[in-house]
Ligand binder design. Structure first.
Ligand SMILES: [Zn+2]
Length: 487
């Protein structure tokens, strides 16, 4: 009887090389307080300048989310005190963000779902407080790093659809190359607002939840919060407007503070930063950064290459994998085989060596070559796998490895027949048994031939020749008992 409404506020660290209003390096994990300067430390008399790379990335995300792009965007000061914010205000956007009124379409439980985007705005991140026993330490390396906030309308309903949306969103920003999406390092963080009400009565009293730094926490915290509010309303009480924190150790949300209103921050345009006006050159550079969106690519992988849904799910997940796959196919690899190998043996090797596909010795060209050699019967499956291992170990071309080690498949009829003759001669009891009508030792003989050729003989050919051999032998045996007829 209740309806729940969930909206997300997603923060992503943009992959710009420098901070958003100064030229300090923007990087995770450096020595504390080494990437700082008077601007990001908030010294008096300094002036911020806007990072062009960061603003372009901001417009790119807004464009990918189908937002209306602001022709002029303005930076505002959000005033509050916190030790990790040396200026006592954060430069953000309130009155005229980069993008507004966007949307993102996805599928949830076999239904199409549209999540509307309220706005996309660019701001600076605060520093980091490290609490160690009785003291608190401050690291200003993160102060001023470019942060993009994406605010959705309350179009989600559950922990599950919010989790799915966030996964799609993370993949999208990784495809766009604007964020690495690393939630453990805080490159992608999420707050949520949740309200419930009787069905058809519209939004209820909003509660904000902070500290959702994994997909699992998003799902668990939202579902916990929805049930908590349901209990309150069912007992006739009212939900308090507040900010709550997800406590991952106790699996519950806990009250943090009663919610402040936007007006408490006394937003006003930052007099130190002129409004940013887009022009045709800027907009075309934004457009140039657009790529095919992940979900569209997934559809195309299925329709163009006839991949199964699960193959497409594996290939499209990372843009680098999808690019690698399509390049290998272009160079002659069979799509189905390529997808199966990528999600199987190649994936295993990447995990074992802990490297990414793009950093691995396997290039799309080498991969296509290997699969072509397999398809054309130059090598068989087992050798192809050995060759793949060798490519990873030695960083060399599959053709070279196969040639050097004499791993080509033996397909010549005469060559196989010669080996077969020898094997039969070495195992007189097996051939006697076969001649006596027992077919079982046939498999044994095939096995001996494979062993004698280190697995290189083409198994189908061995089977066929062996068959042929004994049929003829039967016939000859009638006339000339000692004849050798295979070679
Ligand atoms: Zn700086």
């Amino acid at each position: 009887m209740y309806q729940s409404f969930v909206g997300l506020e997603i923060h992503i660290h943009l992959l710009a090389k420098t901070k958003v209003f100064c030229s300090c390096r923007a990087a995770f994990g450096d020595e504390p307080n080494t990437n700082v300067c008077p601007v990001c430390m908030g010294y008096p008399g300094v002036l911020p300048t806007l990072n062009e790379e960061a603003i372009r990335m901001a417009y790119l995300v807004a464009r990918a989310l189908h937002c209306e792009l602001a022709e002029t965007t303005v930076f505002d000061r959000k005033n509050y005190f916190y030790p990790d914010l040396p200026k006592n205000y954060q430069i953000s956007q309130f009155h005229s963000p980069v993008g507004t009124k966007g949307w993102f379409d996805m599928e949830f439980r076999k239904q199409q779902k549209r999540v509307r985007i309220h706005d996309v705005h660019l701001e600076e991140d605060a520093g980091k407080m490290i609490h160690a026993g009785d003291i608190s330490l401050l690291d200003y390396n993160r102060t001023g790093t470019p942060l993009l906030e994406i605010v959705t309308e309350p179009d989600l309903e559950l922990g599950e659809d919010a989790e799915v949306f966030l996964q799609h969103f993370r993949r999208m920003v990784r495809y766009l190359g604007v964020c690495d999406g690393n939630m453990e390092e805080g490159s992608l963080r999420c707050d949520a607002n949740v309200s419930i009400n009787l069905r058809g009565q519209g939004l209820g009293q909003k509660v904000e939840i902070k500290n959702l730094n994994s997909f699992k926490f998003v799902r668990k915290a939202l579902n916990f919060e929805i049930s908590r509010q349901e209990e309150i309303l069912s007992s006739g009480k009212a939900v308090l407007q507040e900010t709550r924190l997800w406590n991952e150790n106790r699996d519950q949300t806990e009250s943090m503070r009663t919610k402040e209103e936007a007006t408490d921050y006394r937003y006003f345009p930052d007099p130190d930063l002129p409004p940013f006006r887009t022009d045709r050159t800027f907009l075309s550079s934004v457009e140039a950064g657009m790529v095919e969106m992940p979900l569209e690519r997934r559809c195309r992988l299925i329709s163009e290459y006839h991949l199964t849904e699960s193959q497409a799910d594996f290939i499209f997940d990372e843009k680098t994998t999808a690019d690698f796959f399509e390049e290998a196919v272009q160079k002659g690899a069979d799509p189905g085989t390529a997808a199966a190998w990528l999600s199987g043996d190649v994936q295993k090797l990447l995990k074992r060596t802990s490297i990414s596909l793009s950093d691995s010795p396997l290039s799309p060209e080498r991969f296509a070559d290997l699969l072509t050699l397999l398809k054309e019967g130059n090598i068989h499956g087992k050798i192809a796998k050995q060759t793949l291992d060798a490519v990873f170990d030695e960083d060399r071309d599959p053709k070279e490895i196969i040639r050097e080690r004499g791993w080509e498949q033996i397909t010549g009829r005469n060559e196989i027949a010669e080996i077969l003759d020898k094997v039969i001669a070495e195992h007189p009891r097996a051939s006697e048994a076969i001649m006596g009508g027992d077919r079982k030792p046939m498999g044994f003989l095939v096995g001996r031939v494979m062993k004698a050729t280190s697995g290189r003989a083409e198994p189908g050919m061995v089977q066929a020749l062996l068959q042929e051999c004994f049929e003829v032998q039967f016939a000859k045996h009638m006339e000339e008992p000692d004849a050798h007829i295979c070679s």
